[in-house]
Design a protein around this ligand. Structure first.
Ligand code: OAD
Length: 253
């Protein structure tokens, strides 16, 4: 059971039940209950691996085999075993209830799509596809053998997961669409993100300044908690979402 006061969950549920243009911004924390570790904090990936050494585009360009060995192979293994949890499923249910229109995720695990969310913006790309760093051809990651690293494209270029590395830009079309949706939403659910990586971290600010009600779900307070969030539900996303979505459904009958 969560320790979040029931009155706060009710307040969030009432806001959701009245929403028609809800947007969720999710981060690594939403997939922790699916067995995928986050990046920051206790047990986070960046505690074990220096992101500037292995997750920066310059590192990949200078030694792609090492980045594959240290970062990408381990991530592929973990992501391949994960399935959606109650929080991913809860967002799908909020879409079915007419509350939520889009999920903007910083995650590359594909779990929102697996849970059935129909409009998912993959802000930082996806591990499901590899992209050639020379010719930009995209291929299904499952179709590429990883016995020799780095894997190569048929053009001879080096393949890499189709994700955004440090030092790279967010796809401008995705960024613009995310900003427009944030400016137009009535409720924003901010789930499992430390709110520290730009430009994703600014999306809740855009939503707030445009009049949206901000619901944050996270076991720990973040830089958004006191400044931006209207309600913060402290606890694991799966547990909290289970309870909140149940209440939303009751309020909508
Ligand atoms: P972080 O690892 O920075 O933050 C994860 C957040 O999830 C923290 O605030 C945790 O408190 C919270 N958390 C942990 N367990 C949780 C649970 N069970 N339920 C809900 N929340 C939980 O992850 P992001 O904010 O997603 O970028 O990080 C943003 C970006 O930084 C990532 O997309 C990645 C990383 O470097 C790139 O690789 C470009």
């Amino acid at each position: 059971m969560t320790t979040t006061p029931s009155s706060l969950i009710e307040q969030a549920a009432v806001a959701c039940a009245g929403a028609r243009k809800g947007v969720a911004l999710t981060g690594a924390g939403i997939s922790v209950e699916s067995g995928i570790p986050p990046f920051r904090g206790k047990g986070g990936l960046w505690e074990k691996i220096d992101p500037m050494k292995y997750a920066h585009v310059a590192a990949f360009e200078s030694n792609p085999a090492e980045v594959w060995e240290v970062l990408f192979i381990g991530m592929s293994d973990v992501l391949g075993k994960a399935s959606p949890n109650a929080a991913h499923k809860g967002l799908r249910q909020l879409e079915d209830s007419g509350v939520l229109q889009t999920v903007i995720t910083q995650n590359v695990d594909g779990l929102h799509q697996q849970a059935g969310s129909s409009d998912v913006i993959e802000f930082h790309g996806t591990h499901a596809f590899l992209r050639c760093s020379a010719c930009s051809r995209r291929v299904d990651a499952k179709a590429v053998p990883l016995d020799h690293l780095p894997p190569k494209c048929r053009c001879g270029g080096v393949l890499r997961p189709d994700v955004v590395l440090f030092g790279e830009m967010i796809d401008p079309n995705l960024l613009q669409r995310s900003q427009l949706l944030s400016a137009g939403c009535d409720v924003m659910l901010v789930i499992g993100t430390s709110g520290t990586v730009e430009p994703a971290a600014s999306l809740p600010l855009i939503a707030k300044h445009s009049g949206a009600f901000i619901i944050e779900i996270n076991p720990e307070p973040t830089p958004l908690t006191d400044r931006i969030s209207d309600v913060t539900l402290l606890g694991p996303a799966g547990e909290i979402m289970d309870e909140m979505v149940d209440r939303v459904k009751k309020l909508k009958v």
